[in-house]
Write a protein that binds this ligand. Structure first.
Ligand code: 13P
Ligand code: SF4
Length: 306
């Protein structure tokens, strides 16, 4: 085992040598978030990729995030430190089934949550993240929308639009396992706390929420709010930043089981290996990349409101 201080020093030296930037999603391990140049939600990280002048991007997250970075900035070398860091929800939609659904609803636009493969993005009209899904759907001319792959986010958006939403039957296992009774129990234990939930949660959980927000929007809300206690309905990795940025406030998770193991595979050692060995380089075939980029660019043109 190498000394933690030594690993951090080597990462920082390599970062300078290679003109690299480290991006980390809000669900990453605390020590990985702490070494990152930028920690954020899927939308914030995509914007960071576009605006960065680094040659190398080390993406501490899951594969669809690194793929989005490679789609948006093919001139940069995008590294995913752990090649097995995938997203089970992204696997729940495939090209053939989506094509069948498009045939059933020929007038519908396809909105795809960024938690999807490059191939699915290439088949979609526009992407969205949890931070802009309602704005994206309402920005469309079409009256019907096929929303893939997250049924919980799709059903949530349906409550804020006049458009007909055909929500795909996918879900995030980490958020979907959270149940109303878990939230009720947490509320009984912390009666003064506000409950902030991520829209990947089931409807029964969202109905109990004071606010439904993306991970970065939860961070912003908790900072601004006058409340002193919060129950957080998302992957527990977010509590690291919440506690660090608000030492005077209290944050509780709904359940100790709200963990995305894919997000936790990446360690400081894997970040160091990524920089030392330039691994694992993520690329997308050019024909797919160009189509997927259209859907991502269209999303990035929709103004962020939360
Ligand atoms: P956001 O940070 O975009 O809300 O992402 C949630 C998520 O589950 C990413 O995998
Ligand atoms: Fe996928 Fe859910 Fe993990 Fe995000 S938290 S990477 S949506 S499984």
């Amino acid at each position: 085992m190498q000394d933690m201080k030594e690993i951090i020093e080597r990462i920082n030296n390599l970062k300078m040598e290679l003109n690299a930037v480290i991006l980390a999603h809000n669900y990453q391990r605390p020590e990985v978030q702490d070494i990152a140049d930028f920690t954020g939600d899927s939308l914030g990280l995509s914007q960071q990729v576009v605006n960065s002048d680094a040659d190398v991007i080390v993406f501490c997250g899951v594969d669809f995030m690194a793929e989005s970075a490679a789609i948006l900035s093919p001139e940069k070398t995008v590294l995913l430190p752990e090649k097995d860091a995938g997203c089970p929800m992204a696997e729940m939609v495939d090209v053939i089934s989506l094509d069948d659904e498009k045939k059933k609803h020929p007038d519908a636009a396809v909105v795809c949550y960024v938690n999807s493969s490059a191939l699915i993005k290439a088949q979609s009209d526009i992407c969205c993240t949890s931070a802009n899904a309602i704005d994206v759907v309402n920005s469309l001319e079409e009256d019907e929308v096929i929303f893939v792959p997250d049924k919980n986010l799709g059903n949530y958006v349906a409550g804020f639009t006049d458009k007909k939403i055909y929500a795909w039957n996918g879900f995030c296992p980490t958020h979907h396992q959270m149940r109303a009774h878990d939230v009720i129990k947490a509320k009984e234990e912390h009666p003064d706390a506000l409950f902030l939930a991520h829209p990947e949660c089931r409807t029964e959980v969202l109905e109990l929420a004071d606010e439904v927000l993306s991970t970065t929007a939860i961070l912003k809300y908790a900072k601004k709010s006058e409340a002193k206690e919060f129950i957080i309905g998302t992957e527990n990795g977010l509590l690291h930043r919440l506690r660090k940025e608000n030492p005077e406030k209290k944050f509780y998770y709904v359940s100790e089981f709200t963990i995305c193991t894919n997000m936790k595979i990446t360690t400081l050692e894997s970040v160091l290996d990524a920089l030392e060995n330039m691994q694992y380089v993520i690329t997308v075939p050019e024909d797919i990349r160009l189509k997927a980029k259209k859907a991502l660019d269209r999303m990035l043109a929709v103004k962020r409101t939360m």
